[in-house]
Design a protein around this ligand. Structure first.
Ligand SMILES: Nc1ncnc2c1ncn2[C@@H]1O[C@H](COP(=O)(O)OP(=O)(O)OP(=O)(O)O)[C@@H](O)[C@H]1O
Ligand SMILES: N[C@@H](CCO)C(=O)O
Length: 312
């Protein structure tokens, strides 16, 4: 249950007066989610999602909330943050930074079909295009410098074979830098549980809190590594081709991107192998202790190393 911070109806009704959203009708905690506290809030004007940020500070929010606002304004499917009478998207509620966004219809899907994967690729490319005019910048907090440093801190705890595999991948990625490829704002965590689907249509991308400026192709690799993964943990070729086709229907890949693609799929797997290892060996205190299996991304990365066909 992810309601870490309780908000009373009286407290919320008072806070809502800073918005043009009418009177509070209902407040309901949302069970899903790991990091933040989320509620459905119904007012006389409509339905919204209230997020109380449990980790991010008020001064860290503008990049993410203004990005969502920019994308929603350009027709990209994502929740639109609501501004208060001071034209602010966030302010303190129950001692935590809090914001309201539009409530989307839809649910995350565990086993997507090809039409849904095509839609993901298409919307991701739309997001990349629409964010080209977004003026703020954010460096990737989970880039090569981070994974090298984090992997180095994990080697002593890993079984020898895993440490050797990780070490060789970090070295491999170090010898392949892609700063010359097209860059822009990337979601950087577009997994299946970060998209609400309405049938085969995308209701919205959510959870933009790893969004940053980086190589666009890397974002496609992150999405494909999760959306196209089959029950055995390898990639389903039909789903992979669907994501790539959807993406290219909006933004065709350049010759240099196509050349970099196999290495990029490995980089995207490495990033989540390392973050899951970190959660596994050193769970942050106070956080929920269930961790996702790092082996999923180790096996996927090792499969990418020997693969011949990359679905392009
Ligand atoms: N704008 C929205 N409209 C409808 N439902 C939403 C919206 N935003 C979030 N939700 C619902 O709330 C749930 C939790 O949200 P989310 O996954 O963003 O949680 P979090 O704790 O903030 O992030 P994470 O779980 O990635 O750490 C989602 O699975 C979804 O069901
Ligand atoms: N999507 C990530 C967790 C959140 O960053 C994972 O599945 O490892």
């Amino acid at each position: 249950m992810s309601v870490y911070t309780s908000v009373s109806t009286a407290e919320l009704a008072q806070w809502l007066q800073r918005y043009a959203l009418g009177e509070l009708v209902e407040l309901k905690g949302i069970a899903a989610g790991v990091t933040n506290t989320n509620y459905f809030v119904t007012t006389t004007h409509g339905r919204y999602v209230l997020t109380l940020f449990e980790v991010l500070q008020l001064d860290e929010l503008p990049y993410f909330l203004e990005l969502k606002s920019h994308l929603a304004r350009h027709g990209v499917a994502c929740p639109a943050p609501i501004a208060d009478h001071n034209d602010q998207f966030a302010s303190l509620l129950a001692g935590k930074p809090a914001c309201l966004v539009s409530c989307l219809d839809g649910h995350d899907v565990a086993e997507p079909n090809a039409a849904q994967c095509y839609a993901i690729g298409e919307m991701l490319a739309q997001m990349h295009k629409a964010s080209s005019t977004f003026p703020r910048r954010m460096r990737n907090p989970r880039g090569p410098e981070w994974w090298s440093r984090t992997a180095a801190s994990l080697y002593p705890q890993l079984p020898a074979a895993d440490a050797a595999s990780l070490r060789s991948e970090v070295a491999f990625q170090d010898s392949h830098r892609f700063d010359f490829l097209p860059q822009g704002v990337i979601h950087a965590d577009l997994f299946k549980d970060n998209v609400l689907m309405d049938g085969d249509k995308i209701a919205g991308f959510i959870d933009f809190y790893y969004a940053c400026n980086d190589v666009l192709l890397y974002d496609l690799a992150i999405a494909l590594n999760d959306w196209a993964r089959d029950a055995q943990g390898d990639i389903d070729a039909e789903l992979a081709r669907a994501i790539i086709a959807g993406y290219q229907s909006i933004r065709p890949l350049t010759a240099e991107e196509r050349k970099a693609w196999p290495v990029m799929l490995r980089a995207a797997a490495l990033r989540f192998w390392v973050s899951r290892l970190l959660d596994f060996y050193r769970p942050a205190s106070g956080e929920m202790t269930y961790t996702k299996d790092p082996g999923v991304f180790q096996r996927l990365l090792e499969a990418h190393r020997t693969r011949q066909d990359f679905w392009l």
